[in-house]
Design a protein around this ligand. Structure first.
Ligand code: B12
Ligand code: SF4
Ligand code: SF4
Length: 358
């Protein structure tokens, strides 16, 4: 073990912009393989075949990189300044989830992780503490790493009933990143569950996506439906999506532990003005080029113009705003079948709204 290294690492992590740092062993989450298998067997991953592929690694971080001795778990706050649910009652607007209101966290967290990992190796080297040749690997989101269970094992927070990690200091608005290393670092204590009898997140979910506390059926989750699901969404779920056009924050926003959260220090997570109250009539007019230009550097760009437009058209169908009918009809002949289908659905919903007024 390296005297003082952990304290220096923690100070450096905070200086880099992370808000939490804790350490665990790669074999600290023995319960995950069974739970992940149950989730996959029930088909709750929907079209996310990539969750199933490499599930041996996703279930067992010790198998992902057998030489790793420690995992440094990091949390970075993106707590919003504005009410994340403010637009839900404004049918002419779309609601974009907080994490996607500005720069893509994958890029920012990855850079911080790399800088911190380089610092760690340099610190060991400069003090002559280096083991033969220490190694590091950094991950955020996209690798087969069970970030939430590892985060709980390291003590960043606990997996709340909405399945996300909640911290007593940050609430639940924070991203998770990890540094796997061959260096032996003293692990921290796991965090325990502080949900108690609360069930605010479960009760607020518009689509009833939690079959049980601590379990999510992604196939019903609006975050999955708007970001991951390809093709038309089940028509029975569309009315429940309201005007959520990218992700969903209802269960996160309900958590009482957020009252301890401070606004994000990273200004590039603060909402872009055009994504605080985005107008559906503007968004529905985006073609491929204007979509790319508008969402360059944003996580929204990843889903592409067609899926985004599909979501916007569902929101228009749910708006009850007859003044948006023509903008929906303009997409009836869209070459993308899911977009054309969403346009037909919006048209029929808005026409029924007009008939209801007659
Ligand atoms: C796939 C995925 C999704 C899917 C599925 C979400 C899910 N809950 O599984 C979809 C697209 C729906 C999604 C949505 C969101 N996501 Co996401 N997602 C992931 C990803 C890539 C993998 C998660 C995973 O493995 N899921 C599979 C299931 C089986 O895992 P699980 O939730 O951990 O399931 C466990 C529980 O069911 C638990 N369990 C079962 N029974 C019991 C009983 C008890 C008592 C307990 C404690 C646990 C328990 O065991 C299972 C295995 O660990 C991670 C990044 C990563 N590499 O980990 C990000 C990640 C989880 N997502 C994140 C975010 C921010 C979101 C959204 C908030 C985005 C948004 N605003 O729209 C929503 C939140 C929706 C929600 N309520 O979960 C963050 C969460 C940060 C945090 N503080 O926890 C992560 C960690 C990305 C990151 N690096 O920051 N996501
Ligand atoms: S993100 Fe939205 S739809 Fe998904 S579980 Fe939470 S409240 Fe339900
Ligand atoms: S809203 Fe309540 S039940 Fe849900 S995660 Fe937060 S404390 Fe736990």
């Amino acid at each position: 073990m390296h005297d003082g290294l952990k304290a220096r690492l923690n100070a450096q992590a905070l200086a880099e912009g992370f808000d939490l740092m804790r350490i665990c062993r790669p074999d600290a989450v023995p319960e995950v393989p069974e739970r992940l298998a149950a989730f996959l067997e029930a088909g709750r991953h929907g079209q996310m075949g990539w969750l199933e592929e490499r599930s041996t690694w996703r279930g067992d971080p010790a198998a992902l990189w057998p030489a790793a001795r420690s995992i440094i778990m990091l949390g970075e706050s993106y707590t919003p300044q504005e009410d994340p649910l403010a637009n839900l009652d404004a049918p002419e607007l779309g609601t974009v989830s907080v994490y996607a209101r500005n720069r893509d966290y994958h890029d920012l967290v990855k850079k911080r992780l790399k800088r911190l990992a380089r610092w760690l190796l340099a610190d060991l080297d400069s003090r002559g503490l280096g083991e033969a040749s220490p190694e590091v690997k950094v991950f955020v989101d996209t690798a087969p790493v069970p970030e939430k269970p590892l985060g709980q094992a390291a003590g960043l927070g606990w997996q709340g009933k909405h399945t996300n990690l909640v911290s007593r200091d940050l609430g639940n608005w924070f991203f998770i990143g990890s540094i796997f290393t061959t260096i032996d670092l003293a692990p921290d204590a796991a965090e325990i569950d502080h949900c108690g009898s609360c069930r605010a997140c479960l009760d607020v979910c518009p689509t009833d996506a939690f079959p049980a506390p601590y379990q999510l059926d992604a196939r019903r989750c609006i975050s999955y439906l708007t970001i991951e699901h390809k093709g038309p969404v089940d028509p029975a779920l569309r009315p429940l999506m309201g005007n959520r056009i990218y992700g969903c924050d209802d269960c996160l926003a309900a958590c009482p532990w957020n009252k301890f959260a401070q606004d994000a220090r990273e200004l590039r997570y603060h909402a872009r003005p055009d994504l605080v109250e985005p107008r559906l009539d503007e968004l529905v007019a985006l073609d491929d080029a204007s979509f790319r230009a508008r969402f360059s550097g944003s996580p929204i760009k990843r889903i592409g113009r067609d899926r985004f437009l599909r979501n916007v058209l569902y929101a228009i169908g749910n708006s009850g705003r007859v003044d948006l009918l023509a903008s929906a009809e303009a997409h009836l002949g869209d070459p993308d079948e899911a977009v054309a289908d969403a346009a037909r659905w919006a048209q029929s919903r808005l026409k029924s709204a007009v008939n209801g007024l007659e």
